[in-house]
Design a protein. Structure first.
Ligand SMILES: NC(=O)c1ccc[n+]([C@@H]2O[C@H](COP(=O)([O-])OP(=O)(O)OC[C@H]3O[C@@H](n4cnc5c(N)ncnc54)[C@H](OP(=O)(O)O)[C@@H]3O)[C@@H](O)[C@H]2O)c1
Length: 265
């Protein structure tokens, strides 16, 4: 089995590493990580089940597949440190904005590169793992990596020019859904339901609605119509949401992200 090494062991890396161990069955002998705060790294290593490494260079020399999971602004510095050890290795990066073309500005063709955008529901095995279709991996190696990532969610492939919008919807979307859970929680509390009960009911309602749409493949408008009886209460609620610009607010939340991305690039 290949040896996988994380550079950075923050929120996203912990979610992925935990899933790789618990859901894919990756053994400690095949999983390692480096992060500057060694005390914190050792605590995570004991809890998750990987080998802590004392430097990025040590990690890269040990690993077959390096998973770049530090912050995007730290990568340039990390590449200066490890670049010399990368030829012949596979580099999978989960850092926002660091796609195949950007890595190619720093690394030559001897390094296999794959950009993946994960999201936080990967922590509970329900993530979305967006694989950039442009890559430089051997097909068999890529298939193995896709299988590994599929242990924490659903793997989808997108062309390079759609990774930004894909990442905006799936990566930022959980925060927007959390706002919705909180808002409907407030409404339920307003009318007398205990807050913990409210969150339980609402999260399950959202989970169930998403599952129903996903499993039936029905257009969301059709599912909405099935719940809205003529002159009923649900259609009145839909009207109130539209009056307050619900769908426009959702679209604008993505516009805000995409505007920022365009200004940065
Ligand atoms: N969180 C998300 O929802 C999400 C979604 C998609 C993609 N991502 C991507 O995942 C990456 C990590 O995000 P995160 O939310 O997990 O961040 P995070 O929790 O802040 O973790 C960052 C990690 O990088 C380590 N680090 C700092 N400086 C380093 C260096 N010079 N060399 C190696 N490691 C270093 C930190 O170690 P210490 O703690 O020891 O300082 C920490 O383990 C980002 O690039 C982000 O774009 C995140």
């Amino acid at each position: 089995m290949k040896k996988y090494g994380f550079i950075g062991m923050g929120n996203m890396a912990q979610a992925l590493a935990s899933g790789f161990v618990q859901k894919y069955g990756l053994e400690k002998e095949c999983l390692a990580a480096f992060a500057p705060n060694q005390e914190k790294l050792k605590r995570n290593a004991d809890r998750i089940g990987f080998q802590p490494m004392t430097s990025a260079a040590e990690l890269v020399q040990w690993a077959d597949v390096v998973i770049m999971a530090c912050k995007p602004y730290q990568i340039e510095g990390v590449l200066q440190e490890i670049g010399g050890f990368l030829p012949g290795k596979t580099l999978v990066s989960v850092a926002a904005g660091w796609d195949h073309a950007k890595y190619r500005e720093y690394l030559d063709g001897s390094v296999g590169i794959q950009f993946v955008m994960p999201n936080t529901p990967a922590m509970v095995g329900e993530g979305v793992l967006l694989f950039e279709s442009t890559h430089s991996l051997d097909p068999a190696v890529r298939a193995e990596i896709m299988e590994l990532f599929a242990s924490v969610g659903v793997v989808e492939e997108l062309p390079s020019h759609l990774m930004g919008i894909g990442g905006a919807v799936t990566g930022c979307g959980p925060a927007f859904v959390d706002l919705m859970i909180e808002a409907y929680g407030d409404a339920a509390v307003k009318y007398g339901i205990q807050r913990d009960t409210a969150y339980r009911l609402i999260s399950q309602m959202i989970l169930g609605s998403a599952k129903l749409q996903k499993e039936t493949g029905l257009h969301p408008g059709v599912l909405k119509d099935q719940v809205c009886s003529p002159a009923g209460t649900t259609i009145r609620g839909c009207g109130a949401l539209e009056e307050n610009g619900f769908r426009n607010a959702c679209i604008k939340s993505i516009d805000a992200i995409m505007d920022r991305k365009e200004k940065k690039s």
